[in-house]
Ligand binder design. Structure first.
Ligand code: GLP
Length: 234
């Protein structure tokens, strides 16, 4: 793992942008894996403000809530549209189909999409409990796309995006840990002191399903980009 520490989230996002821009300019971004959450927002702003061309890049998102339509303002589909795709069009963009209640069918369809679109660069955030995508602690390392019941702590953390906590869906579809590990290159972004313990466990702790992100220690090409607060326990 390569660790990059910057003082601020803005400076860290600029470093992540350099990695993305370098790959895009060298035509190494046929497929980009994207994440939602507040962490990658500055990176997406930098991409939007750049002259980079993503019209030949496909995107695959990590996850989607079960039960929300793509047009629902709380859906991850809508989030990506708003913060990236409306300004910087991609060739095509894929998400697990949150409108389909048949988890087996959604998983099969998304795994097929991922097999047909091998990820060159996956952008990741991290949950306070070390989750990546929506792979909560305990998720098998050999998992592919699946439906998950969100933990109370993840529901509480994501409630800030919803008008009322009761509106946060309790289930999501997510790429599995094996799906994420199949990416050729990964950038994990973490900002703020509430991520410091998860980052310590991810980088310094044992590789354990109790901390899903710890598996990244076994990936050959991971860059962890941190602000000072997220790096404060390593
Ligand atoms: C959600 C997303 C994750 C994201 C995490 C952290 O659970 N499914 O992909 O990494 O939130 O979000 P934030 O960046 O807002 O802290």
């Amino acid at each position: 793992m390569q660790i990059i520490r910057e003082q601020t989230a803005a400076a860290a996002s600029a470093k992540a942008f350099e990695i993305v821009a370098d790959m895009a300019r060298h035509n190494q971004l046929q497929v980009m894996g994207l994440a939602t959450g507040s962490t990658p927002l500055d990176l997406y702003k930098l991409i939007c403000a750049s002259d980079l061309d993503f019209s030949r890049t496909s995107s695959v998102n990590l996850d989607e809530y079960v039960g929300l339509k793509p047009t629902d303002p709380q859906s991850y589909h809508h989030f990506m549209q708003k913060h990236l795709f409306s300004v910087k069009p991609f060739k095509e963009s894929f998400f697990p189909d949150g409108t389909n209640p048949d988890a087996g069918a959604v998983a099969k369809a998304y795994d097929r999409i991922l097999a047909d679109h091998p990820i060159d660069l996956q952008v990741l955030g991290i949950g306070r409990n070390g989750h990546i995508g929506f792979n909560e602690p305990g998720t098998a390392f050999d998992s592919h796309t699946h439906r998950v019941a969100l933990t109370p702590s993840t529901i509480a953390a994501n409630a800030r995006f919803f008008a009322k906590p009761e509106l946060v869906p309790h289930y999501a579809y997510t790429m599995g840990i094996a799906s994420i590990m199949a990416a050729k290159q990964i950038i994990l972004l973490a900002f703020g002191k509430e991520k410091a313990a998860a980052i310590r466990a991810t980088i310094k702790g044992p590789v354990t399903t109790a901390v899903p992100a710890s598996i990244l220690q076994r990936h050959p090409n991971v860059t962890v980009v941190l602000d000072a607060a997220a790096a404060s326990q390593i």
